[in-house]
Design a protein around this ligand. Structure first.
Ligand code: UD2
Length: 321
């Protein structure tokens, strides 16, 4: 039985990882500053994990959090491209300085391996599709720079201190528990909850912008595989964690609308600053070296996601009766 530290455990992906690891009987410690995460996401497992409310900037806290840990699944970040465009300094401090604190603590505590939630935003508007890991990165937004910088830190910590690391470049992960209550929420969470409230979402751009939307269960499996991978691939290597298929925003809108019986046409607004036009993963490296095979497909994932938001709404309505 391995001991895991999940950073950002109260967030969308961190909490999904925690539920899976607890089900599998592992020892789970988690930290979160609850700035964007919520303890509601840990309902049902709160008493089975060692949770501490702290941020990555807490140097002494990082030290104690890393003690006795085998694997760190580093999910904590101030996510969102537009948030980083609006306030680059705050996201820099959280994403880069925070990660460096964690890496120093992990090195000193002799943690076996860190698995890092990197981002497909690193590719920027590279014209070639699908995106392959050995393409030169071309980050457009501060968020993309921050996520890429931490990949380099992970590589440097392997080369200089021998700390094993794997960088998983997530391609637009979606699913249950993704926060929907912020202007920076992911597009699927936002569209679903808006339509459920009878509000018409706005598509930024012409609707032909595309993303490799990947259901959260696939990201969870990638993390678990990354922990099991041989040391020869834990040298700071980068892996695309997508599906190999992309969908336009028009398609996303239409699919969610159909599931909810929402009939209004979308509003269209200006393109968002820092946005990439098309994003599609080549997943051959992850498949060959990690054994990653995304089992959950877009439509099935979207159905589960919409069903989850509907059930949450019912739960909330019942609790206020
Ligand atoms: C980026 C990364 C993703 C992850 C994420 C974390 C890329 C390709 N992907 O996601 O891997 O790191 O950041 O935050 O860089 N949109 C609308 N209407 C809305 C909201 C969004 O049209 O109300 C559009 C948005 O302009 C974009 C697309 O939906 O074109 C997806 O936006 P998002 O914020 O869900 O994710 P994105 O692509 O910035």
């Amino acid at each position: 039985m391995a001991r895991y530290l999940i950073t950002g455990i109260a967030g969308f992906i961190g909490s999904t990882l925690a539920h899976t690891l607890v089900e599998q009987g592992h020892d789970v410690r988690g930290i979160d500053n609850l700035s964007t995460g919520s303890l509601d996401n840990l309902a049902g497992i709160r008493d089975k994990i060692d949770f501490q409310q702290m941020g990555l900037q807490d140097v002494a806290g990082m030290k104690s959090a890393c003690e006795g840990i085998d694997f760190i699944l580093h999910q904590a970040a101030l996510a969102s491209v537009p948030r980083s465009v609006k306030d680059p300094l705050t996201s820099h401090q959280s994403n880069i300085d925070g990660t460096l604190n964690l890496l120093l603590a992990a090195r000193d505590a002799k943690v076996r391996r860190i698995v890092y939630a990197a981002s497909s935003s690193a590719y920027g508007d590279q014209p070639m599709q699908p995106k392959q890991e050995d393409m030169s990165p071309l980050p457009l937004s501060p968020y993309a720079v921050q996520k890429l910088a931490c990949e380099y830190y992970i590589q440097a910590f392997y080369r200089t201190y021998g700390l094993e690391g794997i960088c998983l470049r997530y391609f637009n992960i979606f699913g249950p528990r993704q926060a929907a209550d912020s202007p920076y929420s992911g597009v699927i969470a936002k569209f679903t909850t808006m339509m459920m409230a009878g509000e018409t979402p706005t598509i930024f751009g012409d609707g032909l912008t595309s993303r490799d939307f990947n259901f959260v269960d696939n990201a969870v499996s990638a993390n678990l595989l990354a922990c099991l991978a041989p040391s020869s691939v834990a040298t700071g290597r980068v892996f695309n964690i997508g599906t190999g298929r992309s969908h336009t925003l028009n398609e996303v809108y239409a699919t969610i609308a159909e599931q909810l019986g929402f009939t209004a046409a979308p509003f269209y607004g200006p393109t968002r600053a820092g946005d990439i036009r098309h994003s599609l993963a080549d997943i051959h490296r992850a498949s060959k070296e990690l054994g990653y095979h995304p089992k959950a497909h877009f439509h099935e994932g979207l159905q589960k996601t919409v069903a989850w938001y509907l059930a949450e709404k019912e739960k909330k309505a019942a609790s206020t009766l």
